[in-house]
Design a binder for this molecule. Sequence first.
Ligand code: GLY
Length: 680
Amino acid sequence: MTSDILIIGGGVIGLAIAIELKLRGAHVTVLCRDFQAAATHAAAGMLAPDAENIPDEAMYSLCWRSRSLYPDWTRKLEDSIGLNTGYRPCGILAPIYEESRGAGEQRSRGAGEAISSSSPLSPSFPSPHARESPAYWLDRAAIHQYQSGLGDEVVGGWWYPEDAQVDNRALAHVLWTAAESVGVELKDGITVEAFLQQQGQVTGVQTNAGVIRAAHYVLATGAWSNELLPLPVRPRKGQMLSLRVPEFLPELPLKRILFGQDIYIVPRSERSLIIGATSEDVGFTPHNTPAGIQSLLQRAIRLYPQLQDYPIQEFWWGFRPTTPDELPILGASHCPNLTFATGHYRNGILLAPITAVLLADLIWEQKSDPLLSNFHYSRFHTQPSTSTSMLTHSANFSNGHRHHPIVSSENPPLLTQDSTLVIAGKTFQSRLMTGTGKYRSIEEMQQSITASGCQIVTVAVRRVQTKAPGHEGLAEALDWTKIWMLPNTAGCQTADEAIRVARLGREMAKLLGQEDNNFVKLEVIPDPKYLLPDPIGTLEAAKQLVKEGFVVLPYINADPMLAKHLEDVGCATVMPLASPIGSGQGLKTTANIQIIIENAGVPVVVDAGIGSPSEAAQAMELGADALLINSAIALSQNPAVMAHAMNLATVAGRLAYLAGRMPIKDYASASSPLTGTITS
Ligand code: GLY
């Protein structure tokens, strides 16, 4: 039976949503690649909207609401299966040192109550703001009196009585067991490789166990989200360790969480202390490191010195799913039957219950909580400003020193009829395609693309994913309502990699509003020196991608037989190279390109190696249908002017091809003959 809802990701977020939807009557399946790898297990389980000092109002509100749901949510889960989650409303104490006293005293949201050692804490203090939780400032004497054993350097701190903790590993186990017991179908060890889409809907997911389908899909894959869709979610590594309370102490000496500067100490009820966490931008680099653990221990000992003699119990690490603004991505996606629940960063455990409720409301009841609008994925895709739009035809291009006005490139009326370039049924006026790589600045790229007059720009999906220089602001840098994106699989060495990256590229185009864009420039290049494409891998990948509905534009060596095979498997063009990528060596494969052009039933795009406008014109004169030129423009002294020249050369070469060149003769023939063809 197909599920109503398929949740991809079996961490705390995916499981919480699954249970909530199941309890509301949905048939739910959860696909989990590796239950143990989820950030869920690595966390410390702090429920700390106050101590985390969250600056964003909407995020604070979301966290606050989620913390309020915790007591009921955990109790119901516990009652349903008779297991404990370790939820404890223990409060969090946030001590500060002299060096950060100024900022520290201000850190709490709104002004809290001040407590000195002579005014004992009263649990009935009013909250400073109705919406917010109480927060109490403790001076030096008060904090040491309130919590014994703190380091001497502690000069005061905040007490957040409503922050709490849950034992995240116990919670994960409870959620998994509860999901099973209410009838959620749980599939561990299933890797989702790609979303399958048709006409704006997700039609299934490709997995290592075949295609799995449902009516609705939820992406809850945390730090791994951008392996499936081009969402700006990156891993932020956290290293942690735990200590055991020594046998000679009758009980845990610490009752509340200590949250210092870049350090927290979480006392668990089973005589262990969790110490966390580093925050490292190192991708998915695994393992604990001496430097990471040293920094944690140093800070922990400074805060609570007696733990220096406690036995070490365990070290571990995990990957927080981080977005550029450190807020989660929640709610609707670019497809009506796909919902996002990812990017929870430091607050995934805390936000599980509210995420579950808001998403179940949205998916099952079509009720969208107003808070969700703050976490919509589209906040990362702002519209381009008019200054970067592709509207201008004759712009002023900067060469770094002076501004040269360039005359408008309006063509005189053509004396010959030309057909437009058509690729897979889509029509393009310009026969020049360009790229986004190798420019010295985004502005240079924008100006060059405008000056080239091109309508197709190829973008390396991998470079966008890894935010390579010049690829960070691509969504905003170009006006994607006017430029057709041609995602390419540059950097892929095998057919499998290229297929995976092509699927990501398709999502990237859709996120930019090009719903019907299934184009991919296929590059399978195992050889790093000459960057020559692998013909076998290319053919293999092309077959698969055509099957998946892609419009495939394969980059190939100028091999006429391969070009024919690719056309036969359904490729939309062939793109033979003139000479190696980025070499600027010009047309080295003329004879073979000519054979390809003669035999092709699809457009032939000469790609790579063209170094100058004369070579561009020459390729067009041969009868190529289009050109793709990047390096020759980007690496020129004045890219925008060179882009303009390439534009003119492409047009000139095309016109020359249509006009038909004069035959080459062995001997001279006078230009002003005495007899001629013009009669008076
Ligand atoms: N929630 C604390 C952390 O991510 O380190």
